[in-house]
Design a protein. Structure first.
Length: 383
């Protein structure tokens, strides 16, 4: 990042990765940059935090395999996933979805040199995939949700990777679309990989993906993530699930990187999932919807500003800025101590497509979203 003569952070001449932008925002109370959960704990969640000493004592005494099984069952069944592979060798526990992604990428690179990746999506996914030497082919969302990938394109890659719900668009691959895509991947012996990190926010994504994948006969991988749902100070679990016939050395590569994860974090995830099943998840959906409404209401009437994905229920909101550039708006917001993400790097195959788009995170205290929305309106009306 660049600085001016007064030491103020300004927009870089060349955009760095999105995580670098997120890092700048970490110390700000008006950080609407990263998609991690940073809202206040609910009363029910505070009670779980108060239970941590007893969860620690319980985790010490119980077999890790038992703690792990209870955590993954509570979390996945909360989100409608009942046919998941309930065996450790096919559902590997990681410290984050990024670690799971790295394990997947290293494993895939041993069997193919090419992968088709949804476009746009968060840039650490293409960065990790490129980092292990894979050649990336973009597939646009309308293709995935519409007519589907042509045969000749499917034959040219070893894997298709889809983020659903997608970040930043919030688009969900429907049951029928997943069924069609999985059947096509089975036909061409292509691995189908899903990143479902934002599934918890959209009930349209709560159909049983594993049931569809297993029925298709395709080789598949699913990356799960608890880190987007709850404000747990980066204590989270990423799971790496796979089909029995996946044909990738996932467990071997996993053992190169991890021995296992903390049973305390697993126990905490179980309790948060149980609280969510008792009504906490519905409360979260209402909270995100309220923050989204606040943002949209305060930008109503601003010339040339629109919301390209009005039905999104993800915990992020994408804004088209009209003729304004995202970096100019980012710089102006920075003077208000407000942080968001310019979207060039989401459009990893054609960054110019995102040069006039901004993404704001909604998993924040309502007061922060309100203040940021007012500041954004002021910046946009100023030019």
């Amino acid at each position: 990042m660049a600085m001016n003569q007064t030491g103020e952070v300004t927009a870089p001449a060349e955009l760095g990765n999105l995580t670098q932008f997120e890092y700048l925002a970490l110390g700000s109370p008006l950080n609407l940059a990263d998609g991690h959960a940073r809202q206040e704990l609910t009363p029910g969640q505070i009670r779980i935090v108060d239970e941590l000493p007893s969860l620690w004592a319980e985790s010490v005494k119980r077999p890790v395999e038992e703690v792990e099984a209870e955590a993954r069952r509570a979390y996945l069944e909360l989100l409608g996933q009942r046919r998941f592979p309930d065996v450790p060798e096919r559902l590997l526990s990681c410290y984050s979805s990024s670690v799971a992604m790295e394990i997947f990428a290293r494993s895939l690179a041993r069997t193919t040199d090419s992968i088709m990746l949804v476009h746009p999506t968060f840039d650490n996914i293409p960065d990790i995939l490129r980092g292990v030497g894979l050649r990336l082919e973009p597939v646009e969302e309308p293709v995935l949700h519409g007519a589907g990938i042509p045969d000749d394109r499917l034959r040219s890659v070893g894997c298709v990777f889809v983020t659903t719900p997608n970040n930043p668009t919030g688009r969900v691959l429907s049951r029928s679309a997943l069924r069609r895509l999985a059947a096509r991947c089975a036909e061409h012996d292509v691995v189908l990989t899903l990143d479902t990190s934002f599934r918890g926010f959209d009930t349209d994504a709560h159909y049983d993906h594993y049931e569809v994948l297993e029925a298709s006969g395709c080789r598949w991988v699913v990356i799960e993530d608890t880190g987007k749902l709850w404000p747990t100070l980066e204590l989270k679990i990423g799971w790496l699930a796979s089909s029995e016939n996946v044909g990738l050395p996932l467990a071997e590569v996993y053992s190169d990187i991890l021995l296992g994860v903390s049973p305390l974090v697993l126990s905490m995830v179980r309790r948060f999932a149980e609280e969510a099943a008792g009504g906490g998840l519905a409360d979260l959906h209402r909270f995100i919807a309220t923050n989204r409404a606040t943002l949209r209401e305060h930008l109503e009437g601003v010339p040339d500003v629109r919301f390209p994905y009005p039905s999104s229920r993800a915990s992020v909101e994408l804004i088209d800025l009209g003729q304004r550039t995202a970096l100019d708006v980012w710089t102006a917001l920075r003077r208000h101590n407000v942080y968001a993400l310019p979207c060039e790097k989401f459009h990893w195959a054609n960054p110019v497509e995102g040069s006039r788009r901004l993404r704001l995170a909604l998993s924040r205290p309502a007061s922060s979203v309100l203040t940021a929305a007012k500041a954004l309106r002021s910046v946009l009306l100023a030019g």
